[in-house]
Write a protein that binds this ligand. Structure first.
Ligand code: ZN
Ligand code: ZN
Length: 338
């Protein structure tokens, strides 16, 4: 009897000790479990937010199907739904690209703001469509009286957006380049370009923007400038041809405009040094040509042997054997004579 009582008490004491040990172990475990739970919870929340954004996107598409067009009455609702999707998943590229275009007519400034958010998102830094769309909507849909306030608010203009798009795409699509150049040209409009040249109109501005670009690019090539302007030039196959074509069209339409003529003179003196092209139509002509093959105007002959008049091909005249002498570079000489 006595012995069994002692064993009983012993069991109770051991059980109590074991119980408290297990209890404290459990509490520690619980702590560990709950810490882990917090970590997994935040991960799960992120995934959950993406999931939520997907669901919201489906509902959004559904909602857009239920309205026949975006109007003043529903544009706020459409915008709010988009903003909610992008809050849950700021990396949702389609929501920027498609959604912003949907509201671009009725709420163009809000569309540009959303696209700016997408452009600034470092995880979308290889997406060139988002900045391109931002520039496009800004240029086409934002009313002129709202433009200044919008640029002030988001600290970016269409030129910045197009340049960002061009830098992100390699090589840039032709429409990215032409948009970028038009944005550059817009900044030149109604301003003085060079000392004796005032920009006449959009086409003139565009030509001058291209000349600037080409000159900057040649500076980049020579290592005196590293502002990265060559993105544009390196993506254009025949820069000279492109610039001459624009200059020729401008001259055709404004044959007596002194600003246009001065621009062509500037082009000759600075960019196309040593190139031979027809004064009348600006078509490039080859060595030995006496008349422009495009318009028939008499041109200054270059690249021929001074002794026999044959076209020079190498170090010596292939017709009479005379070496390439003092008349080795007749092209600039011919240009100076005028
Ligand atoms: Zn010609
Ligand atoms: Zn010869």
């Amino acid at each position: 009897m006595k012995k069994s009582l002692v064993i009983h008490i012993l069991v109770i004491v051991i059980a109590a000790a074991a119980g408290s040990m297990i209890a404290s172990a459990l509490v520690n475990d619980q702590g560990r479990v709950s810490v882990n739970r917090n970590k997994t919870a935040s991960k799960a929340m992120f995934g959950f937010n993406k999931f939520l954004a997907d669901v919201q996107w489906m509902l959004f598409i559904n909602y857009c199907g239920s309205i026949d067009s975006i109007k003043d009455q529903n544009v706020d609702e459409v915008y709010n739904r988009l903003a909610a999707i992008l809050k849950n998943d700021p990396d949702f590229q389609k929501a920027y690209e498609i959604g912003a275009l949907m509201i671009s007519i009725k709420a163009s400034d809000k569309a540009v703001e959303l696209l700016k958010q997408g452009t600034d998102n470092p995880r979308l830094s290889t997406n060139w469509k988002i900045p391109f769309l931002a520039g496009f909507v800004m240029n086409h849909n934002v009313p002129k009286d709202k433009l200044g306030a919008l640029i002030g608010k988001i600290k970016a203009d269409s030129h910045w957006f197009f340049e960002t798009a061009a830098k992100r795409s390699s090589p840039p699509e032709p429409h990215v380049i032409s948009s970028l150049m038009r944005a550059k040209a817009e900044k030149l409009l109604n301003k003085k370009w060079k000392e004796n040249i005032t920009i006449v109109n959009e086409k003139h501005a565009l030509l001058c923007a291209w000349i600037d670009e080409a000159l900057n690019a040649s500076k980049v090539r020579m290592g005196t400038d590293d502002s990265g302007y060559s993105i544009v030039v390196s993506s254009v196959k025949d820069m000279n041809q492109k610039i001459l074509q624009q200059a020729a069209n401008l001259k055709k339409n404004y044959p007596d405009n002194q600003n246009v003529l001065n621009t062509i003179a500037y082009l000759k003196a600075n960019y196309l040094k040593g190139q031979n092209f027809c004064d009348a139509c600006l078509a490039v002509y080859g060595p030995g040509d006496k008349f422009c093959s495009s318009c028939g105007t008499k041109v200054i002959v270059f690249g021929v042997c001074e002794d026999c008049g044959a076209v020079k091909k190498g170090a010596h005249c292939s017709s009479c054997g005379a070496p390439k002498g003092a008349a080795a570079a007749p092209a600039p000489k011919a240009a100076e004579k005028k």
